[in-house]
Design a binder for this molecule. Sequence first.
Ligand code: HEC
Ligand code: HEC
Length: 223
Amino acid sequence: MNQAVLVGLLLWAGTGSTLAQAIDGDDRIKAARARWEYNTHGQMLRRILPPTTDAAQLPEPASRGAQLTVQYCVQCHNLAPPAMHHAAKWPAIVNRMVPRMHGKGNMGAIMKDLMMDVETPGPAEIAAITAYLQKHAQRRVNTATLPEANKSRAWVSFVQACSQCHVAPDPQRHSRDEWPQVVARMERNMEWMNRVVGSKTDPREPQYRSDEIVAYLQRYAKR
Ligand code: HEC
Ligand code: HEC
C-alpha cells in the first residue's frame, strides 16, 4: 500500500472512532437532560451548570480523561469544561461530587432518588478525571498584579463580576476579537445559573458593566 493512502486510512479511522465516541458522549448528555425533565428536582439540577459544552467540545475528546468525565460528570448536571476552574480547585470539587454519587452528603438523598442507576467512579478513575481537569484548567492570575489593579473602575468591575463562579481569568487567555463573545456567553451563564447580573434598584451596589469589562479585557488581550 502506498504511504499516502495508509496515512489517509489511519486518519480516517482515527476521526471515525473519535466521532463515534463523541456521539456516545452526547447521547449520555441527552439521556441525563431527559432524566431531569421528569424529576421534581430536575429544574434545580439543570440550573447548576449551563449547557454550553458538549462532549465533542472538550479538549482531547477521545482521551480517557475526557471520556470518564463525560461518563460520570453529566449524570446530575450539564458538563463542566476543565477551563472553568484553575487546577488547584478541581480536586476539592471532584471530592465533593463523589460522595453524592454514592447517595451521601449534601443532596445525597435527592441524588439517589433521581438516579437509581448512578455510576460511581473507582479510585483510579477519580484520579484520571482529576488529572484531566487539571491538565486543561484555567490559568490562575493574581488580580492584584494585573494592569490598572486598584486604580480603574473597569478593573474593579472585571474582578467583581468575573470571580463569582471561578477565579477571574487571565486577560491574555483570549484575543481582542474573542473576548466580546466570551463575555456574552458568561452573561448567559449568569442568567442560567441565576446569579446577579447587576441590580438596578440599589445604587450603592456595584454595577455590572459589560462594556467596561470587555474594553478592559481587550486592552490587555492576547496579541
Ligand atoms: C450525583 C450527582 C452529581 C454528579 C454525578 C456530579 N455532580 Fe457536580 N454537582 C452536583 C450538585 C448537587 C452540585 C451543586 C452543589 C455544589 O456545587 O456542590 C454540583 C455542582 C458542580 C459544579 C459547579 C459548582 C462549582 O464549584 O463550580 C461543578 C463544576 C461540578 N459539579 C463538577 C462535577 C464534576 C467534575 C463531576 C464528575 C467528577 C460531577 N460534578 C459529578 C451533583 C453532581
Ligand atoms: C454565573 C457564573 C459565571 C460568572 C459570573 C462568570 N463565568 Fe466564566 N465560566 C462560567 C462557566 C459555567 C464556565 C464553563 C462553561 C463555559 O465556558 O461557558 C466558564 C468559563 C470561563 C472561561 C474559560 C472558557 C473560555 O472560553 O476560555 C473564561 C475565560 C471565563 N469563564 C471568563 C469569564 C469572564 C471574563 C467573566 C466576567 C465577565 C466570567 N467568566 C463570569 C461561569 C461564569
